[in-house]
Design a protein around this ligand. Structure first.
Ligand SMILES: C[S@@+](CC[C@H](N)C(=O)[O-])C[C@H]1O[C@@H](n2cnc3c(N)ncnc32)[C@H](O)[C@@H]1O
Length: 234
């Protein structure tokens, strides 16, 4: 699924590192699963959480309720759903809200001036292609701070990045890094995607990446950022 901050293009670099020492039956947990663009490529026991309630209602409907989403939505309907969200089921609100510019929540109806691109068809195909790969996954929708994580799990965190945060709720990065330290001390293997981290975290992978991630970069040239993967150096 096209999703703001998606890790789809880094999955083939990151997952072999993250799952290198995974044991049989060891749980793989993503507290910030978003568009499921990493976890859809992982096997075995998997837990996907995201605080975004509508988004997780959408994944639940697709994976466990056999929901076949609409293949097209008119601009008038998009706007009606955007401004009257409580009148619609959460899963539909998410499906529509995320088919916006840059995979951002209701950031505008996608329209191709030349009429060549079928954005709704692409959205439909991208999402429905993921669904079979997510069978059996355990879903939840709460703050990462409230997650109940099985002992000795692998935890992959892809939180809203510092300085580029454009998600609905404020995100306390200090609290987040402290939580990561605690998870490592509890015996989990924890990996974090970010551009930078406090000095007691070690960078184990990095790659240049063009991004249009910030709200402010929407209409500017893509800027260069370095994607990094960190672990806690206990
Ligand atoms: C960078 S995105 C994850 C993208 C995902 N890895 C992908 O490839 O599609 C970060 C996610 O964190 C979620 N989020 C923000 N604050 C959160 C919190 N306190 N607890 C859980 N999830 C949160 C957002 O809703 C968003 O989906």
């Amino acid at each position: 699924m096209k999703y703001m901050g998606s890790k789809a293009r880094f999955a083939k670099d990151l997952l072999p590192i993250i799952t290198k020492d995974r044991l049989p039956n060891q749980a793989y947990v993503e507290p910030f699963a978003g568009g499921m663009n990493m976890i859809d490529k992982v096997n075995g026991i998997r837990m996907a959480n995201d605080q975004h309630q509508e988004l997780m209602a959408m994944w639940h409907a697709l994976i466990y309720e056999n929901w076949d989403p609409p293949q097209t939505i008119s601009e008038a309907k998009y706007k009606h759903i955007k401004y009257n969200q409580s009148e619609y089921p959460k899963h539909l609100v998410a499906y529509v809200g995320f088919n916006s510019f840059g995979g951002k929540w209701f950031a505008g109806y996608r329209r191709d001036k030349e009429g060549k691109r079928d954005y709704w068809g692409e959205h439909y195909r991208n999402i429905t292609k993921q669904v079979p790969k997510l069978e059996g996954i355990i879903l939840s929708s709460q703050s990462y701070l409230d997650l109940d994580i099985p002992d000795e799990s692998i935890i992959y965190c892809d939180p809203p990045y510092a300085k580029t945060t454009a998600y609905r709720d404020g995100f306390n990065h200090h609290t987040f890094w402290e939580w990561c330290r605690q998870q490592a001390q509890k015996g989990h293997q924890i990996f974090i995607s970010e551009y930078s981290a406090p000095p007691d975290f070690k960078c184990i992978w990095e790659k240049d990446a063009k991004t249009t991630f910030s709200w402010h970069a929407d209409h500017l040239e893509a800027k260069l950022a370095v994607e990094r993967l960190f672990v806690y150096a206990i």
